[in-house]
Design a binder for this molecule. Structure first.
Ligand SMILES: [Zn+2]
Length: 390
């Protein structure tokens, strides 16, 4: 059996060409609902790994999030273009100064802020980046490392003593030693810039990309982790200067971790993807779905979504279809196999906060932005089940 690893990466710009409703924060009160310019470009980035006939891919978007329905439409378009998207995990960095791709931040609470023309453009670009990454596939060497988030970059504003500060890094190079990509996974809301900002920006990841890419000459990809309720940047002010400090500091830690990375050239790759149905108990979510403000279909009160689990020697990957709080993330990591664990938040979907049943408290902000208290226990059970059957 062929166990040689191949890899390919690519990135495309997905910055909106015209003003859009900005997502992530209440800007109706600051008059900054519509974007007034671009500070830095937004990207769709893709890293594909292939061993024999098995493919695992990461397609990361500098966006607030996209729903399963849109991810499934991207898969249909990819299929029509002759591309395999099974095993490709779509995730968003969850930046808070980009186009509304979910619908929650329109001119009024009952009017969607999504620009359907932009969504068509986005899905086309997602197919483009997958195509380019697959064309770039070549024999590769994987390098794995871990580090901790440096002091002074992250805090949990809901539960100050609880943080998963692990950064897990997958670095990929060709057999001549040229870097192809560095994929970094950790949980932190890209919301240094706040509701008074009306310029499009990837937020702190922009500076992390620049730091890592200038050093390695490969592509830097960010996959968010247990960022929920509420792991937020530790900043003195909501400024680009602070975004630069946070992004560069984390970028530096990632680069340093590469010095002690473990190499991997041959391995068996296993990827399992499974549909799961989650009960939606949040009345506001149901109303917005019914009104078409959010483009997320429910069937009999259930939200269909997809989990992807993958393993490669001592490395494992698990998607979560929203924003897990640190306790949920740590719980899942505790039974993920291997030494290097990638917990992929906003994986193939964005169903809001995913709260551990021990911490559920009716009426709090994170609970109001969650589909219900059963989400975490159901997901944890399903993920355990998939891992046990790999
Ligand atoms: Zn969030």
């Amino acid at each position: 059996m062929n166990r040689r690893v191949e890899a390919g990466a690519s990135s495309v710009v997905i910055t909106p060409a015209k003003p859009v409703y900005l997502a992530g924060l209440d800007r109706r009160s600051t008059g900054c609902e519509l974007s007034q310019g671009v500070h830095d470009d937004l990207y769709a980035k893709c890293l594909l790994l292939r061993v024999g006939d098995t493919q695992l891919g990461f397609l990361s978007l500098d966006l607030i999030g996209i729903f399963y329905d849109d991810v499934e439409e991207f898969r249909r378009l990819a299929f029509e273009a002759g591309l395999e998207s099974e095993g490709v995990i779509v995730s968003s960095t969850h930046q808070h100064s980009g186009p509304d791709t979910l619908g929650l931040w329109g001119p009024e609470p009952t009017v969607s802020g999504v620009d359907s023309e932009y969504m068509r453009f986005l899905k086309k670009r997602m197919v483009d980046v997958l195509y380019e990454a697959s064309r770039n596939l070549k024999p590769a060497r994987l390098k794995l490392s871990r580090t901790r988030m440096p002091n002074g970059v992250a805090r949990n504003s809901r539960d100050p003593n609880l943080l998963d500060d692990e950064i897990t890094v997958l670095s990929v190079e060709d057999l001549k030693g040229s870097n192809i990509a560095v994929l970094a996974n950790f949980g932190l809301h890209p919301e240094v810039l706040w509701s008074d900002n009306n310029l499009i920006t990837a937020d702190f990841p922009c500076y992390m990309y620049r730091r890592v890419e200038s050093e390695t000459k490969g592509l830097c990809i960010f996959i968010n982790g247990a960022l929920g309720g509420m792991v937020t940047p530790s900043v003195k002010e909501h400024s680009f200067k602070e975004a630069e400090r946070i992004g560069s500091t984390i970028g530096e830690a990632i680069l340093k971790s590469l010095d002690e990375a473990e190499s991997l050239e041959e391995a068996e790759l296993k990827v399992l993807s499974e549909k799961v149905h989650l009960p939606v108990k949040n009345e506001k979510f149901k109303d917005l779905s019914r009104l078409g403000v959010i483009r997320r279909q429910l069937k009999n009160g259930l939200a269909e979504t997809r989990l992807t689990v993958a393993s490669l020697k001592n490395v494992s990957f698990v998607t979560v279809p929203g924003e897990p709080l640190p306790k949920v993330g740590l719980d899942i990591k505790s039974f993920m196999p291997g030494k290097f664990k990638f917990l992929i938040a906003l994986g193939n979907d964005e169903l809001g906060y995913i709260i551990h049943p021990e911490d559920w408290a009716d009426g709090r902000y994170e609970e109001s932005m969650s589909i219900g208290p059963e989400t975490a226990p159901i997901l944890i059970e399903r993920i355990k089940h998939i891992i046990n059957h790999m």
